[in-house]
Design a protein around this ligand. Structure first.
Ligand SMILES: O=C1O[C@H](COP(=O)(O)O)[C@@H](O)[C@H](O)[C@H]1O
Length: 260
């Protein structure tokens, strides 16, 4: 377990731009030291804001997009191309504009895919895809992601791990089907906390007043079953990227001054 580090930005636009710049640097460094990079994307407003900022970032072309593996932390179990799917939104925000290798874009299955409406089979298939991508050096059933990003929900959910639901209690499987999520759609696919904790770095994104209470709860010693964001930690680093509104209920001693 490592202590979360916090970076607070003036507003959500600056937060998205700074996080995009940070991600570019991480990817470039990982490609330089290991040949390729692996990043886990999140859905939601803050995750898509970051991708949109990355699309217009001047340093975007510093990334070798063909040597990047993209995975997802969760997906809304809907038909391919549905505008509410996280992958559809990510494609619109960034992915369609950069030269990715399609074989390295690991979208989670759709509800009209090979597993039909069986979300548990879809989750098991994604777990298998992750296991196949994990080399012996990863010492486990998922690759050691360079960066795994998570949008924090107002109820402290991350990925599709909602407070008190069975998915957040999972300790064995890396990917699970989620039934009865309180946020629509109710059926989802999600990485579990053990899979999330395999990442080198976990970045939690929270911008806006509606995230202030969630940040306060998750960063004040809450348990991960009640506050899933509290259980999201990276092997080497856990970084909370917030705007001033989302940080407004945090003790001032937790973070340095916001960027001007
Ligand atoms: O439904 C989801 O919500 C969360 C948070 O989204 P936000 O719009 O409140 O920022 C997101 O992290 C997750 O990936 C997504 O499926």
């Amino acid at each position: 377990m490592n202590t979360p580090q916090l970076v607070v930005h003036r507003d959500k636009e600056l937060m998205a731009q700074a996080a995009a710049a940070r991600l570019i640097t991480k990817i470039v460094d990982a490609q330089a030291s290991r040949g390729s990079a692996s990043v886990v994307l999140t859905g939601g407003r803050n995750g898509n804001g970051l991708l949109a900022a990355l699309a217009t970032a001047p340093a975007r072309d510093a990334v070798d997009w063909t040597r990047l593996d993209l995975w997802w932390g969760d997906e809304r179990f809907l038909p391919e191309g549905d505008p509410e799917r996280n992958v559809t939104q990510a494609r619109e925000a960034l992915l369609d504009a950069v030269p990715l290798d399609p074989k390295r874009v690991h979208a989670m299955p759709a509800s009209d895919g090979p597993h039909g409406s069986d979300v548990d089979a879809a989750a098991a298939a994604y777990a298998e895809e992750l296991a196949l991508a994990a080399g012996p050096e990863n010492h486990g059933p998922v690759p050691t992601f360079d960066v795994l990003m998570l949008g924090v929900g107002p109820d402290t959910h991350v990925a599709s791990l909602f407070p008190e639901l069975p998915a957040v209690r999972e300790t064995e499987r890396t990917v699970v089907g989620v039934h009865g999520a309180p946020k629509p759609p109710p059926t989802r696919v999600s990485l579990t906390l053990p899979a999330i904790r395999a990442a080198r770095e976990v970045w939690l994104l929270a911008a806006g007043e509606d995230k202030a209470e969630a940040a306060q709860i998750a960063l004040s010693g809450a348990g991960e079953i009640q506050a899933p964001a509290a259980g999201a930690q990276g092997r080497q680093r856990t970084l909370w990227l917030l705007d001033a509104a989302a940080a407004s209920r945090l003790p001032r001693a937790l973070y340095p001054p916001a960027s001007p």
